[in-house]
Write a protein that binds this ligand. Structure first.
Ligand code: C2E
Ligand code: MG
Ligand code: MG
Length: 278
């Protein structure tokens, strides 16, 4: 059985698709899902501005399974709707007991956004946790707006009007990245790590990151560089105009209790409820 994240990334367990779907439907009830949190860092000061919630599945037979292996299956079966609702509730409950300056960023899939009741589910997560809308960020990928542009845009507009921030994840990986910036007023762009991994030695990557950061600044959109693993990448991403960064160099995804800044001093009531449930 594989236990650490790096082992799992190197050796993804081979699980038949049908078994994956069947087991995932039990995973929620069996409490096999959990969240880890990766810091989002302001590059000018090195300060943590918040954390991205990332889903993990501790499979009883196959050990740790990463979301790249099961989110697609969850989308295909529709299970992403209850799984995503659990993620939203758990992340908001967790963040409600952090320092009030910290945001929590939650990944949301296209299937969730176009499913009925998505806005109500997010409102319920905020109400139950007591987290203010301004401390919640929702990350969507470009495909989220591709599937059913009209519906997704209306849903995102409604959430944004409530004060929730909307980030465009994995920017640069799709086919219509720039068109999306016209389609929706994002608060943040997360530049995909594909452009960051070779930024230190490939001039083209640096030029692209500089251009995206320059354009985003003019549109008043914040820019985050994903996948920063080395000091050179950090320095150049910052020089290229990225205000924020995320990556193994700056902080690994870990359970909230393992992040020094996130240890609750005085857990509020909703947190105690979460702790009892876990
Ligand atoms: P993402 O939203 O782009 O999340 C960043 C991914 O990059 C995470 O992988 C994180 O562990 C990984 N990462 C962070 N820093 C580095 C680095 O320096 N180098 C490298 N090589 N990787 C780094 P993870 O946790 O495996 O998640 C993969 C994707 O699965 C996420 O990409 C997101 O699209 C999706 N995902 C994760 N949690 C959820 C969730 O709750 N709901 C939905 N719908 N999707 C999720
Ligand atoms: Mg993300
Ligand atoms: Mg990303």
């Amino acid at each position: 059985m594989l236990n650490t994240e790096s082992e799992t990334r190197l050796n993804t367990p081979m699980i038949p698709e049908a078994m994956l779907q069947q087991d995932l439907s039990d995973a929620l009830a069996q409490r096999e899902l959990r969240l880890v949190y990766q810091p989002l860092i302001r590059l000018s000061s090195g300060k943590t501005i918040g954390y991205e919630a990332l889903l993990r599945w501790d499979h009883p037979k196959f050990g740790l399974i990463l979301p790249t292996r099961f989110v697609e299956a969850a989308e295909a079966s529709g299970l992403i709707v209850p799984v995503g609702a659990w993620v939203m509730h758990a992340a908001c409950l967790e963040a409600a007991c952090w320092d009030k300056r910290l945001i929590v960023s939650v990944n949301v899939s296209a299937v969730q956004i176009s499913a009925p009741g998505f806005v109500d589910m997010v409102c319920a997560a905020l109400t139950e946790s007591g987290l203010s809308a301004a401390r919640l960020e929702i990350e969507v990928t470009e495909t989220a707006l591709l599937d059913d542009e009209g519906v997704a845009r209306d849903v995102l507009q409604t959430l944004r009007a409530m004060g929730i921030r909307i980030a465009l994840d994995d920017f640069g990986m799709g086919h219509a990245s720039f068109a999306y910036l016209l389609a929706f007023p994002f608060d943040k762009i997360k530049i995909d790590r594909k452009f960051i991994c070779d930024i230190a030695w490939r001039p083209e990557s640096r030029v692209i990151v500089e251009a995206v950061a320059g354009m985003a600044r003019k549109l008043s959109i914040e820019v985050l560089a994903e996948g920063i693993e080395e000091v050179d990448q950090l320095v150049i991403a910052k020089l290229a105009g990225c205000e924020l960064g995320q990556g193994l160099l700056l902080g690994e995804p870990r359970p909230a209790k393992d992040h020094y800044r996130l240890r609750p001093v005085q857990p509020p009531a909703p947190y105690r409820k979460l702790a009892v449930a876990a």
